[in-house]
Design a protein around this ligand. Structure first.
Ligand code: C2E
Ligand code: CA
Ligand code: CA
Ligand code: CA
Length: 279
């Protein structure tokens, strides 16, 4: 593939990281991605449809590869995890999200929380609390505006250690969301054991929520349970207003999905922010 002419521009193809030699090339390039400023965060709004305003943003990692263009995280997160690069890059992610949020605060934009995805490898590494503390100290961000997104499977192993980390995060004052809720293989008892603020219902259950009776039953049950446990509830992957209509009817006020916006770079996110909050 290297034999192509000098001016030939390659474009990123889906499934890139599945081929071994591609994967090795990506791995080599990834080692320099951070120092070469090729990693960027895109932001997608979490919208409260009852209040009609943006409540926060989820930060989603992108790799702006010099030859291949913008590569989505599904193609390289596992490489970061296997190589341990997720540790320094994970620290950078938290810092970068706090830095961006601080810029928005400085600009006088409405207060938004920013959510950062945490890898299982990062969670197990014992540096998470330190990374969060550093990022907060650096940006002087109000801790209540930072949220970490964890998955069920990450927190059900090693309950004692998990509880310790989650309590430390709570003590710092940041919120924890359970991402992809409903897709893990765990009992729900952790919901009362652990200090959790938000559950994000996985897109798999939302996809056909406007017409599939079984998905409706499942999602309604999740919402009822979440509300009685005083958890915030977010529905992921909302693409159609019918989905949002149904969710609203059963008591889910906050949604995230292409209907309102795809994940976009920070400057684009800013442009969207003002008009929306004037609604
Ligand atoms: P996730 O945390 O569940 O993030 C939501 C994914 O769903 C994002 O894909 C987002 O672009 C996509 N999405 C949002 N709304 C819609 C919709 O309406 N329809 C559809 N079809 N998709 C929607 P993305 O950005 O490609 O991220 C994929 C996964 O990669 C994330 O899933 C997360 O698990 C992981 N990831 C992304 N950024 C990071 C990061 O900074 N650190 C770590 N550890 N993982 C990350
Ligand atoms: Ca997430
Ligand atoms: Ca998710
Ligand atoms: Ca997911």
């Amino acid at each position: 593939a290297k034999k192509e002419g000098r001016n030939h521009v390659q474009f990123y193809q889906k499934g890139l990281g599945k081929n071994l030699s591609n994967r090795l090339n990506l791995e080599k390039d990834l080692r320099y991605a951070l120092e070469r400023d090729e990693l960027i965060l895109y932001y997608q709004p979490l919208v409260n449809v009852v209040k009609g305003r943006i409540m926060g943003a989820e930060a989603l990692l992108r790799w702006n590869h010099p030859k291949l263009g913008i590569i989505p995280p599904g193609e390289f997160i596992s490489i970061l995890e296997d190589t341990g690069l997720i540790i320094p890059i994970g620290e950078w992610l938290i810092q970068e999200a706090c830095r961006q949020q601080n810029i928005w605060v400085q600009k006088g934009l409405p207060a938004l929380s920013v959510s950062v995805n945490i890898s299982p490898v990062q969670f197990k590494s014992n540096i998470l609390v330190k990374a969060v503390n550093n990022a907060l100290a650096h940006s002087k961000l109000n801790p209540s505006f930072l949220k970490l997104e964890l998955t069920e499977n990450m927190i059900v192993n090693n309950i004692g250690e998990t509880l310790k980390i989650l309590n430390e995060l709570k003590h710092i004052g940041i919120g924890v969301s359970i991402d992809d809720f409903g897709t893990g293989y765990s009992s729900l008892s952790y919901l009362k054991k652990f200090p959790i603020e938000t559950i994000k219902i996985d897109r798999a259950f939302i996809k056909e929520i406007d017409y599939d009776r079984q998905d409706q039953a499942i999602v309604k049950a999740i919402i009822d349970m979440g509300r009685s446990l005083k958890l915030d509830i977010v529905a992921e992957g909302t693409e159609r207003d019918r989905q949002i209509h149904y969710l609203r009817e059963v008591g889910c006020e906050t949604v995230q999905g292409y209907f309102f916006s795809r994940p976009v770079p920070a400057d684009e996110f800013e442009k969207q922010l003002f008009p929306w909050n004037k609604l």
